[in-house]
Design a protein around this ligand. Structure first.
Ligand code: 5GP
Length: 211
């Protein structure tokens, strides 16, 4: 019964809602066997980031080349920078029946859902309050105050998109949110359309048994 189709699990949230920490926790949970899709971006690398691990950092010219040659599964402009998902790596992994985690915004989520509606699960993470969101952005202290203000304004716009998503979690407590996320992944993996191929064989075998 292991002929399951790979699942695209999309996590979106305004910056500062805890999505990066939750993504790391999901990737570190060995039995979930999740891998993160590494986006390309034209944003400048933060000091804590490594090329090829957090993003592939590229210039605009390279980005437009990828986009125009159809090598991106989805792409969007976010806070004045371009971001996109390289298509090939994702398709290879899905074809092995393995799941892929995406940390992309609502514009990207919409594009991926349009392309593969049956294989996509979308989850939106909300901060418990705007005050907490600001505190988290300031604690991170990696961005300038101008960037923080820009991100807070953008957060209001992003939060408004919550109704586009399959699941919405309020991240009051990171462990509780993580437990909810793992429950979603495990349940979504068991949905009948995703296991139909392997399960058909199993059920045929069951029915063929003398009982
Ligand atoms: P950051 O610059 O803080 O790493 O990310 C800013 C926003 O861009 C986040 O909401 C993140 O989810 C989104 N993002 C990152 N990579 C991609 C991508 O490949 N496509 C889209 N549509 N959004 C992305």
């Amino acid at each position: 019964m292991d002929h399951r189709r790979g699942l695209m699990l999309i996590l979106s949230s305004p910056s500062g809602a805890g999505k990066t920490t939750l993504t790391r926790m999901l990737l570190q949970q060995p039995d979930l066997d999740l891998k993160l899709s590494i986006s390309v971006t034209t944003r400048k690398r933060r000091s804590s980031e490594a090329d090829g691990i957090h993003y592939h950092f590229i210039d605009q010219e390279a980005f437009f080349r990828l986009r125009d040659s159809g090598d991106l599964l989805e792409q969007a402009e976010v806070h004045g920078n371009f971001y996109g998902t390289p298509r090939k790596w994702v398709e290879e992994r899905l074809s092995q029946g393995r799941d892929v985690l995406f940390d992309i915004d609502y514009q990207g989520a919409r594009q991926v859902r349009e392309k593969a509606p049956r294989d996509v699960v979308t989850i939106f993470i909300l901060p418990p309050s705007m005050r907490e969101l600001r505190a988290r952005l300031e604690r991170r202290a990696e961005d300038s105050s101008e960037t923080i203000e820009k991100r807070l304004a953008a957060a209001r716009n992003e939060i408004d998109r919550w109704t586009d998503y399959d699941y919405v979690l309020v991240n009051e407590d990171i462990q509780t949110t993580f437990d909810d996320l793992t429950a979603i992944v495990r349940a979504e993996r068991l949905r009948r359309p995703r296991i139909a191929a392997g399960m058909g064989e199993f059920v045929a075998g069951l029915l063929a048994e003398e009982g």
